[in-house]
Design a binder for this molecule. Sequence first.
Ligand SMILES: *Cc1c(COP(=O)(O)O)cnc(C)c1O
Length: 363
Amino acid sequence: MNRPILASIHIDAFRHNLNRVRELAPESKIWAVVKSGAYGHTFEAALKGLASTDGFALLNMQNAQRLRDACWQGRILLLEGLFHENEMSLAEKLSCDLVVHCEMQVQWLEKYVAHKPFNIFLKMNTGMNRLGLKPEAYRTAFHRLHAAGNKMHHMTHFANADQVDRLPTVGSQLELFNDTIEGLEAPTSLANSAAILWHRNALGDWVRPGIMLYGASPTGLFADIKNSHLKAVMQLESEIIDIQVLDKGDRVGYGGRFEAPETMRIGIVACGYADGYPRHAKDGTPVWVSGGTQDGGVVCPIVGRVSMDMLSIDLRNAPDAKIGSTVELWGDKVPVDDVAQMSDTIGYELLCAVAPRVPVVVK
Ligand SMILES: *Cc1c(COP(=O)(O)O)cnc(C)c1O
């Protein structure tokens, strides 16, 4: 038998979430954002579950090549454009759409003798101050690339679509964007998941959902998407591999962080930080344990520090739990956002960090 840990990727949940994006943005085309190995869900699964998207957006040429090798014939957007000038010809060969965010990339395109026009998503810095051209430089670059025969699109990225009253606001970024593109006719791309969910005035012609396709929350809080009809795509599961019976006052794990308040059973689960489970998970972080109840299982809290290959859980809620009981670390019963919240991070980070040693099955 293999070590029991497993990440299952649910294709029906991918399809469901993509349909949700279509419902929320019926007039827009969709770039399904699959950077970081489809947020840890694998390209293979994303290609299958998100096959009806209009295009995939990702970071580098190797992954664009992988999608083409897997016979993806739709559009591919390189979200940060090219990293080196010498990637121009491969980008053309793979028919990649390019983000252009800086003057250097504009020059590479001007120098390159293209055989057909590129689809360019020219990126404007409207206040996030990460990538993008400021308004004046933006208009100049637009004219130059347009004159060189490329098919132009306008793009920007929101810093706070998941929060109210933080600066810069979606409203302020949107206003600057609209003012700057005045008179420059081209399709637009603005919205990440948070904007698709909560700023429907800022969708544009191409939306760019990432995290919502995977069924997790842009804010990091599950409560914020509870009523948005999204489904968790990844289910991380393992099993109880041993049970300890503690006396009152006994302590659990490295550092002895948890002290038993009474005689109790502790389940040892084959999942640790080397699998991508957050080491910073506090006592009380939920897992779901199969067995016993009508729902098929119960939620139990983790107790004691997470170690490299194991974590321990309080089984006082789960009298039926035994060695071999299934434990869901996150999935449709335990939102990844709830684990993230108890670990001072966001679901994005946990999903992307599932370790290569965890086997993945596409279901
Ligand atoms: C990652 C990314 C997205 C997707 O963001 P989510 O919050 O996951 O929806 C959209 N646009 C750009 C430019 C990105 O880098």
